[in-house]
Design a protein around this ligand. Structure first.
Ligand code: PMV
Length: 341
């Protein structure tokens, strides 16, 4: 039989948002548009084997070990969205999924965007093999299916930068799927580095899912969504014309706003740590003194993402080594940069 023992694999990157997605409705639809860089070195690699002889239900291994939590997540996703794939529940019963991350599990880097998009890309490749279809995977469909698994995963299927969420500033943008921005960004943004300063490697005390939910009824919700829409349209302009000043302004204020929203939620919570704030202060001083266009952003956690064009990599590397790494847990940081292909 032709379908015995089919193997497919896919790699998908993590992404870091400049305009943040925070608050959602319906089936993983965003309350405002968001824009991110796709990273090169932080990725998930997923391998799926379809074995017709082995019907022991979906098996899942993370870095070689069974992970009941993630297996349940995949099963739930496939149960809820199987009608969107071109294979049956019987195929799912014959699958073994193996997944691993390029970044350490204990680095505090969220892996849901890379892991869920890698899983979806793999499932779409399997679908193609089963259908004898040799065309490449449709990335728009991959983005839509990834969104249903984890919102920010919608942006991870494209290299360089992606926009997710409808905005009048970009034709073809949608709440259902992300669109690539590679063709419109000025060359400087394709040279960007992201040095991830690991302030803490502990698991977050409040999940993103709970954080999104706290935006419902948040006293600043409407103001926040309006600001994010405005920042998206300003950012698209800055990306087109290479305006680093506007980019820096938006990146830092979006990061601060995300954490202010957490601090003013009910119940209120805080994910930043004292060293997060010390690092952001040092970055501001360094930028002002040395006239280097370096800035920070934060994800939903205490780690600081240091963003800068390649032209300044030596100066920034010295700054990280001499100053910033001492605020990191075990002096740990990850050098990453924008994924180009
Ligand atoms: O995709 P989720 O549900 O894990 O939410 C991600 C939210 C942020 O990472 C904080 C912002 C973003 O746009 O990636």
């Amino acid at each position: 039989m032709e379908n015995q023992g089919i193997s497919v694999s896919a790699k998908s990157s993590s992404n870091i948002a400049i305009v943040k997605y925070w608050g959602k409705h319906g089936d993983q639809l965003p309350n405002n548009p968001s824009v991110s860089f796709t990273l090169n070195n932080c990725f998930t690699y997923t391998y799926i084997r379809y074995d017709k002889e082995n019907a022991s239900g979906l098996q899942f291994l993370f870095e070689g070990k069974e992970s009941p939590k993630f297996k349940e997540k995949i099963n739930k996703y496939l149960e809820e969205h199987l009608d969107l794939f071109h294979f049956s529940a019987d195929v799912v019963n014959h699958l073994t999924v193996e997944s691993s991350n390029s970044f350490p599990h204990s680095s505090g880097i969220a892996s849901s965007a890379s892991s869920m998009s890698a899983l979806v890309l793999c499932l779409l490749k399997l679908e193609k093999v089963l259908e004898h279809d040799t065309a490449p995977v449709d990335l728009r469909r991959a983005s839509m299916l990834s969104r249903l698994a984890s919102g920010s995963a919608a942006r991870s299927v494209y290299p360089v930068m992606a926009l997710w969420g409808e905005t009048s500033s970009f034709k073809g943008s949608s709440d259902e799927f992300a669109v690539p921005l590679a063709d419109i960004v000025a060359p400087v943004f394709k040279t960007y580095h992201d040095t991830i300063l690991i302030v803490s490697n502990k698991e977050k005390s409040v999940s993103s899912r709970a954080g999104h939910a706290l935006m419902d009824g948040h006293p600043m919700a409407e103001q926040r969504y309006a600001t994010a829409r405005y920042n998206t349209s300003r950012l698209i302009g800055a990306l087109k014309n290479g305006n680093l000043e506007t980019f820096i302004d938006i990146a830092e204020s979006e990061a601060i706003q995300l954490h202010e929203l957490m601090a003013t939620s009910n119940p209120a919570y805080r994910l930043v740590e004292p060293n997060t704030l010390k690092i952001t202060e040092e970055i501001g001083k360094f930028r002002y003194k040395k006239k280097v266009p370096v800035c920070f952003t934060l994800d939903a956690g205490p780690n600081v993402h240091l963003l800068y064009p390649d032209e300044f990599k030596n100066q920034v590397a010295a700054f990280v080594e001499e100053k910033l790494k001492y605020y990191c847990i075990e002096n740990q940081y990850i050098d990453d940069f924008v994924k180009i292909f």
